[in-house]
Design a protein around this ligand. Structure first.
Ligand SMILES: [Zn+2]
Length: 360
């Protein structure tokens, strides 16, 4: 038995593979893949197209609206890389046509294939998928219809804050002092944001969680609340409250009233406002992206796509704009596979494998 270490390694590898397969079978992609025989050639193309696009994602800016029509049987995948800031929630909405066969919409982390991780996926019963960022991150968004689907899909991708806005009836305009501003004549920095509102305005739980502390403490914050939130795992600090509405230890739901705006602590004598802070393991972080609202696009991209042959020489770019790097110079008359359209740009695949954007 002098080879026993090898047997142990083999055993570990076999159990690891079985484990990964079991995990994948619980995903929409895993369920779909397990319905095909391994040697089905069209299925092989479909799968390879997802892996190729994942390895070489295109870049987009958010918000992003697109019409997706993949009118060829192998149903090529579209993968976009986007950056999401700490405290933001990435959202993708899909409009399904009544004649659609099915569509996979997945968020993956930015690691390369062996350690890629599914962050969130669209379930077949839903039209929206969401994921919130604990740190600044890059996410790959994969969009792929099932085989033999020739329907037209519409997609919207955008970010919104991961938290509920902490003061009722207020939004971005009420935030009037930001992270890092001087305090005490430059002796310290502002470790939060200030949201101004009339005394007594309700202050809300930004997420589901547990109240760690509610009461008066120290000389700075006055009447304050500490909430351990369940969504991203941060501790949220509300200070200068006129009064608190919850007790320590209580579980709260997103949107519950936890207190009321005031000017206690070192805000005494000044205009009532909420000092709002977010704390992670390494201390305070800038809370702005957790609560700052963005306009959510209300329209959809609607044009019907037309098969494309290039009428002139064109540049294939890495994103939908002239500022993105060029991937290829395409020849006049060169056929390209059309996958999607966003504004004045078409997402195409040239020479069988190279994806990019060309101007309409
Ligand atoms: Zn403050």
């Amino acid at each position: 038995m002098k080879h026993w270490p090898i047997y142990i390694i083999l055993l570990l590898l076999i159990s690891a593979c079985t484990h990964i397969r079991t995990l994948l079978q619980h995903t929409e992609r895993g369920k779909y893949e397990s319905s095909f025989p391994r040697n089905d050639s069209l299925f092989g193309l479909w799968k390879a197209s997802h892996e190729r696009a994942m390895a070489d994602p295109l870049q987009i800016e958010l918000p992003y609206l697109a019409t997706i029509q993949i009118g060829h049987p192998d149903a090529s995948a579209i993968v976009y890389a986007v950056s999401v800031k700490q405290g933001q929630q990435l959202v993708a909405e899909l409009k399904r046509p009544s004649d659609g066969v099915g569509f996979l919409l997945e968020f993956f982390n930015s690691n390369t294939t062996p350690s890629k991780k599914l962050l969130a996926e669209l379930s077949s019963a839903s039209s929206t998928v969401e994921w919130s960022a604990h740190d600044d991150d890059s996410v790959r968004i994969s969009l792929q219809p099932l085989l033999n689907d020739s329907a037209v899909y519409h997609v919207k991708i955008y970010t919104q804050p991961a938290y509920h806005f902490p003061v009722i009836g207020k939004d971005n305009g009420a935030i009037q002092s930001f992270w890092g501003a001087d305090r005490d004549g430059g002796a310290r920095r502002h470790e939060g944001i200030d949201i101004f509102a009339a005394r007594g305005t309700p202050v809300l739980a930004v997420s589901d969680g547990r109240i760690d502390f509610a009461g008066e403490r120290g000389t700075l914050g006055g009447k304050q609340i500490w909430l351990s939130e369940n969504k991203l795992g941060f501790r949220v600090y509300y200070a200068h409250l006129d009064s608190t509405a919850v007790h320590s230890g209580r579980q709260v739901l997103r949107g519950d009233t936890v207190g009321f705006v005031g000017n206690t602590g070192n805000a005494a004598g000044g205009p009532p406002h909420l000092h709002f802070g977010v704390y992670g393991r390494g201390g305070a972080v800038d809370p702005l992206n957790f609560v700052k609202k963005f306009a959510i696009p209300t329209d959809w991209e609607y044009d019907t796509l037309q098969p494309k042959a290039l009428t002139e020489r064109m540049l294939l770019r890495a994103g939908p704009g002239t500022s993105y790097p060029t991937r290829l110079q395409l020849d006049k008359g060169e056929p390209v596979k059309l996958l999607a359209q966003t504004g004045k740009w078409l997402h195409v695949v040239a020479r069988d494998t190279i994806a990019g954007f060309v101007r309409r």
